[in-house]
Ligand binder design. Structure first.
Ligand SMILES: [Fe+2]
Length: 680
């Protein structure tokens, strides 16, 4: 295969020169974690030759003393005072009137009976998500509530293994819930002081006086016959007390940090904390950038950086009294020279499977493996066009919880590499009628608005299609990496199950239908990119124009039977062909396929465009059953779970590698039949 599969994880190779840097000015002596060295071939990916140029880059460790001081000073300036952590009840998820339906699809077959009522469909089993409190004597207490009476749960806890930021959390202790109070309100308590014995103290917490716990809850859900999981973190410090110590819980970064929109000179960092804090981020030895507005969600832009440089960065948060510092990560700014390498994959939603394969709407097992392969391959960015989660909820809280779970699973990679995300049909929050008619929730509760609030994507998309329709902000956008232009579309905008249904009052949009405003924006965006000298263009969206099996009944095809869809699709493909787009990459079909679609299928198209479907990140499988209209154009197919890797190098044809979950090469080829300079 042609993509240089470098031996080291990208961040590890960037951080090859990272050395632990004891901070003499900080009593606790924070260390920059040593990244895993030669990772070997755990995923089975062929080890590549080390890249000498990158091994030379030695990121400077962040100034942690300044970082702590900056976070604390910001808290002081904001007059932020911590609220005492209470062991009492937390805000409950809505339960009144919630009807749990095992399969929402069953609703589609229901006939309207008079004026239908609305149906609540909730996917989350926790009505109060688990949280932990730490007591001075070393007791960790986990509390949560469930929708129905349930047997006792099982809690797992361990010290976060800081030298390996890429692996999922690991645990040392298990505590069983022995006496659920009423079957819905749950609590587990256990003493965790044993974790600080020398043989378990993996990061040297006793010596340096601080650390972080990883915890997980496993709860059996009787009516579904499956287990639900939840996990989190709790930062702490150890207060010396004679020969022993007291455990003090600290404000904690519970989600992230993530890097976004990494350019040659800047990047954005986002993260979430368990309580309202101020925050500071240190990059190398620069003065920390500070977020002074107290809150739980933080976005900080770091700019003025050198191109093609690896930077170690670290985040500190403060509640006004206590301050904690998250483990350091590394990010590399864009290089102005050299090849552009990206990964594209989609459809990590779960659906069918146990445990981490159905972890709050996400197939965490497969997503973790494929993102690791992408990172090992040395890409500079990852694109994910849709179906991150199961979604399709009538509850905003469900959707947010599943999206946060996706972010949690992506976090080990997304702390060093930007992941550009798009919306799929499953990223849906709907008002659902008992007759099966559903329409996207409006306003701030629309799937689009909630997606944008959780992601940090570019905001250069079109205006809403009509008054009252959702914003396209952060769901439709384009970005340039060198002279490669990349476009993300929202092919599931303003989704309704029954377009034109009188009960939708004419609102909403058909699945897979690109409306006029977005289509015009695409045309203008591609023209501008060509005028600006883009050498290659790749367009992405969730719904395939030419599905090859599971979605020939919808996507952008709808069996070829709906005139408006046919007209829209032909216009869409003609725009791609006219601008010599290399490929339209979609998902929705949970497999890999590559077709070449041109004038033989789309009348009037001025050339051919690859139709690549990469939807193999964990959703249930589909077989190959392409319609006869373009079956002959399908050049490759695999039902394997996989990631696609794209390389754009000056003077060479674009190259595509398709890598399976076990690291094997599904296909590896030059893309010479579409885009500029295509050979017919
Ligand atoms: Fe889909």
């Amino acid at each position: 295969m042609r993509v240089p599969m470098r031996t080291l994880l990208l961040a590890a190779s960037l951080c090859a020169g990272c050395k632990p840097t004891p901070d003499s000015a900080t009593p606790s002596g924070i260390e920059t974690p040593i990244p895993a060295g030669d990772e070997g071939t755990a995923s089975g990916v062929v080890p590549p030759p080390a890249d000498e140029a990158e091994l030379e880059a030695e990121p400077v460790a962040p100034d942690v003393a300044g970082l702590r001081a900056a976070a604390l000073a910001a808290a002081g300036a904001a007059a932020l005072q911590p609220k005492p952590r209470k062991a009492g009840r937390r805000k409950a998820m809505p339960t009144k009137g919630v009807q749990r339906i095992a399969d929402w699809r069953a609703l589609r077959g229901l006939k309207p009976k008079g004026e239908p009522g609305m149906v609540d469909w909730a996917s989350m089993y926790f009505t109060v998500l688990p949280w932990v409190t730490l007591s001075p004597e070393g007791t960790m207490t986990m509390r949560w509530e469930t929708r129905t009476r349930s047997p006792g749960g099982s809690g797992y806890v361990g010290l976060r293994v800081e030298e390996d930021p890429f692996s999922p959390p690991r645990y040392r202790n298990q505590e069983l819930e022995t006496r659920p109070r009423d079957g819905r309100v749950h609590e587990i308590s256990g003493n965790i002081a044993g974790l600080f014995k020398p043989k378990y103290d993996v990061n040297g917490a006793r010596a340096r006086g601080y650390g972080e716990l990883s915890w997980q809850l496993e709860q059996f859900q009787p009516e579904a016959g499956t287990t639900v999981l939840a996990e989190g973190r709790a930062a702490f410090r150890l207060e010396p007390k004679g020969e022993s110590f007291e455990l003090v819980q600290l404000p904690t970064v519970i989600l992230g940090p993530f890097v976004h929109q990494v350019s040659a000179s800047r990047f954005i960092v986002s993260f979430e904390t368990d309580v309202a804090t101020t925050a500071a981020i240190a990059v190398a030895d620069r003065t920390p950038s500070v977020s002074k507005t107290p809150g739980r969600r933080h976005e900080i832009t770091v700019d003025g950086l050198e191109a093609g440089t690896a930077y170690a960065y670290q985040v500190a948060v403060s509640d006004g009294v206590e301050t904690s510092v998250a483990p350091a990560r590394t990010v590399r700014t864009r290089s102005s020279t050299g090849p552009v390498r990206i990964a594209i994959l989609s459809d990590s939603r779960s659906g069918v499977g146990p445990g981490r394969e159905a972890y709050s709407g996400v197939n965490a097992t497969v997503l973790t493996g494929l993102l690791a392969i992408a990172q090992r391959s040395g890409v500079e960015a990852i694109f994910f066009p849709g179906d991150l989660i199961d979604g399709y909820s009538t509850h905003v809280d469900d959707y947010v919880h599943e999206m946060r779970t996706w972010l949690r699973v992506a976090e080990p990679v997304a702390g060093s590499l930007p992941i550009y995300t798009g919306m799929g049909n499953h990223e849906a929050i709907v008002n659902m009628r008992a007759d099966g008619v559903s329409l996207s929730k409006p306003g701030k509760d629309s799937a689009e608005a909630r997606f944008a609030s959780l992601m940090v994507n570019p905001s250069n998309g079109p205006a809403p299609e009509v008054d009252g329709a959702p914003s396209y902000d952060e769901t439709v956008y384009s970005v340039d990496l060198g002279d490669v232009h990349l476009v993300m579309l929202n092919t599931n905008y303003w989704r309704t199950s029954h377009p034109g249904h009188p009960r939708n009052e004419g609102k909403g949009n058909r699945e897979g239908f690109v409306m006029d405003g977005q289509m015009k924006w695409l045309e203008d965006d591609l023209s501008a990119a060509r005028a600006a000298g883009a050498k290659q263009i790749v367009v992405m969206g969730h719904e395939p124009s030419f599905p090859v099996g599971g979605h020939i009944k919808d996507a952008m095809w709808w069996r070829g039977e709906i005139e408006a869809v046919n007209t829209m699709r032909e216009r869409f493909w003609s725009i791609l062909a006219e601008h010599e787009v290399l490929a339209y990459v979609s998902g929705d079909e949970h497999n890999y396929s590559r077709a070449l679609i041109g004038p033989e299928t789309v009348s009037g198209a001025k050339g051919s465009v690859y139709s690549v479907i990469s939807g193999g990140s964990g959703a249930p499988y589909y077989a190959k059953v392409p319609p006869k209209e373009y079956a002959g154009q399908v050049q490759a197919f695999s039902a394997q779970q996989h990631v696609t890797l794209w390389t754009f190098e000056e003077g060479k044809p674009p190259h595509l590698d398709v890598i399976g979950l076990s690291g094997d090469v599904i296909e590896s080829l030059e893309l010479t039949q579409a885009g500029p300079g295509a050979t017919p």
